[in-house]
Design a protein. Structure first.
Length: 215
């Protein structure tokens, strides 16, 4: 089963709930190695997105939903997260522009474009203790699943699993980008908040795909 705009809207609505539910967790993670505002900023941004979802035209496609998220996050989320996530969703929107539904290859293209947008904007690489450490494993797992003939839903599940593992794997790393890099080895033992929020968003993508597929 391919994924339509119904999935895209459901995904973003679940992102709103997930970020709200984990706001304090993300604040705490960011307070340990950053400014402490990641959870608050992400929650504010996705609440703003929620207020605009109902304005989408009836003939919208998944890329339109992603573009709306991008422009809203860029304009409402402070700190580094706004530009990074905004760019991710904008590049993802471009990758699937005009497609009424997404097959496995399109899902991989969406995830890859989002990751590449984050890398382009943040200049981070795997191992730098950033959200890239969640996104790159997710992209790699998604691509491998697609090559193996997995469905779009299964591809997203594999991506979410890999992102969660990637977020956990940031804990022993020394940060090389962002405010956390100023801490040196004191950042060891703390999970990167951007990697954690990325894992939350990708799990929401997988869960909504599973739910939509069952309806």
């Amino acid at each position: 089963m391919n994924l339509s705009v119904t999935w895209a809207e459901a995904w973003i609505r679940q992102c709103v709930d997930v970020i709200a539910d984990h706001r304090v967790e993300l604040i705490t993670l960011d307070r340990d190695i950053g400014d402490g505002d990641h959870g608050e900023n992400m929650d504010r941004g996705f609440q703003a997105v929620l207020g605009k979802l109902d304005t989408l035209p009836a003939e919208s496609v998944p890329g339109d939903v992603l573009k709306l998220v991008a422009t809203t996050l860029i304009s409402t989320v402070g700190g580094a997260a706004g530009p990074l996530y905004g760019t991710a969703f904008l590049k993802a929107a471009v990758a699937v522009a005009g497609k009424p539904d997404l097959d496995g290859a399109a899902v991989v293209a969406l995830l890859t474009a989002a990751r590449d947008g984050i890398v382009l904007r943040g200049k981070a690489e795997s191992g730098d203790k950033t959200m890239v450490d969640a996104w790159t494993p997710a992209v790699d797992a998604a691509a491998a699943a697609e090559r193996a003939g997995a469905t779009p839903v299964a591809i997203l599940v594999e991506a979410a699993d890999a992102a969660e593992a990637g977020a956990v794997a940031t804990e022993p790393l020394v940060a090389r980008k962002g405010r956390a890099s100023y801490l040196g080895e004191r950042a060891i033992g703390h999970r990167d908040p951007g990697a954690q929020s990325s894992a939350l968003l990708l799990r929401a993508a997988a869960e909504t795909a599973e739910r939509v597929a069952d309806e």
